[in-house]
Design a protein around this ligand. Sequence first.
Ligand code: NAI
Ligand code: MG
Length: 500
Amino acid sequence: MATLALDPRLSTVTASFVNGKHSMLIDGQFVSAASGKTFPVYNPADGEVICEVPEAEAADADRAVRAARKAFDSGPWSKMTPSERSRMIWKLADLFEQHAEEFAELESLDNGKPVSVARVADVPLAVDLFRYMGGWSTKLLGNTIPLSAGLNFHAYTMREPIGVVAQIIPWNFPLLMAAWKLGPALATGCTVVLKLAEQTPLSGLRLAELIQEAGFPAGVVNILTGFGEGAGAPLAQHDLVDKVAFTGSTEVGKLIAKAATGNLKKVTLELGGKSPAIIFPDADMDVAIAGAASAVFFNQGQCCCAGSRLLAHDSVFDQVVEGVSNIAGRIRMGPGLDPATELGPLVSQEQFERVTGYIDSGTKQGAKIAAGGKRHTDRGYFVQPTVIKDVKPDMKVVEEEIFGPVVTAQSFSTDADLERLAAQANDTIYGLAASVWTRDISTAHKMARKIRAGTVWVNCHNVFDAALPFGGYKQSGWGREMGAEVLNNYTELKAVTIKL
Ligand code: NAI
Ligand code: MG
């Protein structure tokens, strides 16, 4: 394959990785797709092809699942002690950290996000996730349980790995999503087939090399590149898979849940959101306005928990809309690899069209653009940070996940009690997250109780930690990722009863 001209800002080590031949990891080997097919990867900053990667299909998915099955059922993995598993995960984290700058560059090139953000958010959070999860291998405990069935019983529970896990991830945080998925699976002793997002396969393929270097036995981690229907669907259906963990659209989440019914494999889903950022009049306005802007513009708005519905008290509404709009107007847009860039392009042409389509639907339905609203430059997939006001609750821009740097602003009234405000905040099919901006500690706690979402942030938004469980109420998903809670989603609980 011809070497393509890459952004000169890339380090030589990253450029040579991108220009190299890309292979998938199956059963401890780097391989092409069985069909030999490949597909292109695009640079979101200019729309040019940067490389080709293998296009996995059902045959490859099947090979990978069988390798994971063998590694789980009879491989050395299941015979390792918890402490040996911990150390291997920590070794991976160390290797990963040593190559942090390379991963930040890959993530920026592939997804479009600012390299400055990848350096301080995506990469260190992913490293930390592996460290945190590595510590859990030795702490998967059961209970002893006194039985009323009789005193001559001794009963206890134990946690066992769920088995072979298929993991399907999106493109918004390619590396971090891989870590959220792989970390708990490896800590609990599962084996994995991970399918990367077709838009952003590069950092996951580089991670595959480090997984090999760290010494994981063949078949424990298999990594596929391919499309949803071609490679994802066969994994979700596969009878030898014990669990499927998915992050992506609610629409595909429902398809995954259906596909899983064949063998009733366990399912966890981390899906869409339409999270409110709620600003009370007593908030520190500078903090709240800057916070509301970053709640939605962070990662070009391509966050499942983006604060995409701004709800501001009517006494501060104009000030908030003006403040967020001013910030939107000042944000520096450019290619992710430019160190000065604050907001990069969207990930793909498809996402560009989806987001600009939503902005158009808003104006057609009578909403007003307070800031942005247009494409930025005619190359690449850039959309200006956009604030939409004069919206009604039944407009598409208010109801549906846009997944771009677009926020709708609505006010709430002084006479609204918290009950009515919470109903407004909860008026969505989703329930992933919310932020509340106030100096009143009672308001903060009361709202935290009333909001039907898996995460409530107070005077902050988009704060993640490996120790904090994350996931959705309602149509935002099933189960939790991270924290101690995720371990329950990767283990089966066995009750053992002994008659003495
Ligand atoms: P998607 O849900 O189609 O893709 C996510 C992953 O699922 C990718 O790896 C894809 O290959 C795979 N996939 C797609 N169809 C599949 C199928 N039938 N069976 C198995 N796997 C399948 O999301 P897409 O199309 O990239 O984005 C569409 C919208 O979804 C976005 O605009 C956004 O609203 C939402 N989204 C939400 C994310 C989140 O973090 N919750 C992440 C990405 C997208
Ligand atoms: Mg899709």
